[in-house]
Design a protein around this ligand. Structure first.
Ligand code: CAA
Length: 258
């Protein structure tokens, strides 16, 4: 595919996507989000890929959904077009881990896109916010749902109701962000973490992602049961035999993703 709004690369076993609408601070229009879906489809199908990193520019991961595009929407445009669901939910069904490497602004849909990833690495320049209230609307891509799960009700209310931005240090303290990294090392560290993840057994990595995500959908007992069943199923993998044999034999495991 000839991508116009993102750059799609591979770095070894890592899929690397750069949001690339610099003049609009990577505002997320349909074309960009559709391209993101196509890139993710490709990385899902590629057995060599074990993890994906999504990043933006130094100034902005993404400054939100494209306001120019939305400004003209009628209710029917939004409803019939199933805006936000139609082409925004591919990340939710993507089965391999995705790291958002965020520098600069991650606002509105940009913050929601980052939260749709499995973890966020933030540059020390990152700023997170849900400023939709200033536009006379509200978050529409998960901000009112994923943010409170990540940072708790009080801070989610604060960000969504006042539109204030949260810097990287506050975001890490609140639990939104896995790591804060000097801006000039952000992509390097995200790619290194992704390469580490991709060096493990892909089915096990997928099982871990699925199990952690299940914890947000179920009560503790159901979640523990799900985890136990998946744990038991890992004993059907050659990679489990290899991983444990390698430990006993004091050598590095060679996983074959089966
Ligand atoms: N949509 C479309 N264009 C955007 C944009 C957006 N979300 N954010 C920035 N841009 C454009 C600006 O219009 C500007 O374009 P021009 O040069 O053609 O005028 C360019 O990007 C640079 O922006 P600024 O000049 O404003 O840059 P700044 O450094 O002064 O300010 C900013 C940066 C604080 C991020 C500011 O651009 C801003 O507030 N952007 C909007 C943030 C926002 O409201 N996001 C939420 C969108 S709604 C949403 O996301 C709904 C949802 O839940 C899915």
């Amino acid at each position: 595919m000839d991508y116009q709004n993102i750059i799609v690369e591979t770095r070894g076993k890592v899929g690397f996507i750069t949001l690339n609408r610099p003049k609009a601070l990577n505002a997320l229009n349909d074309a960009l989000v559709d391209e993101l879906g196509v890139a993710l489809d490709g990385f899902e199908a590629d057995e060599n890929i074990g993890c994906v990193v999504i990043t933006g520019s130094e100034k902005a991961f993404a400054a939100g959904a494209d306001i120019g595009m939305m400004a003209k929407f009628s209710y029917m445009d939004a409803y019939k077009g199933d805006y936000i669901t139609r082409n925004w939910e591919r990340l939710k069904t993507f089965r391999k881990p995705v790291i958002a490497a965020v520098a600069g602004f991650a606002l509105g849909g940009g913050c929601e896109l980052a939260m749709s990833c499995d973890m966020i690495f933030a540059a020390d320049t990152a700023k997170f916010g849900q400023p939709e209230v200033k536009l006379g609307t509200l978050p529409g891509a998960g901000g009112t749902q994923r943010l409170p799960r990540a940072v708790g009700k009080a801070k989610a209310m604060d960000l969504c109701l006042t539109a204030r931005m949260m810097d990287a240090a506050e975001a890490e303290k609140a639990g939104l962000v896995a790591r804060v990294i000097p801006a000039d090392k952000l992509v390097e560290e995200a790619l290194a973490a992704a390469a580490t993840i991709a060096s493990y057994s892909l089915p096990v990595i997928m099982m871990i992602k699925e199990s952690i995500n299940r914890s947000f959908e179920s009560g503790l007992n159901e979640g523990l049961l799900f985890e136990r069943r998946v744990f038991h199923s890992s004993f059907a993998l050659d990679d489990q035999k290899e991983g444990m044999a390698a430990f006993v034999e004091k050598r590095k495991a060679e996983f074959k993703n089966q």
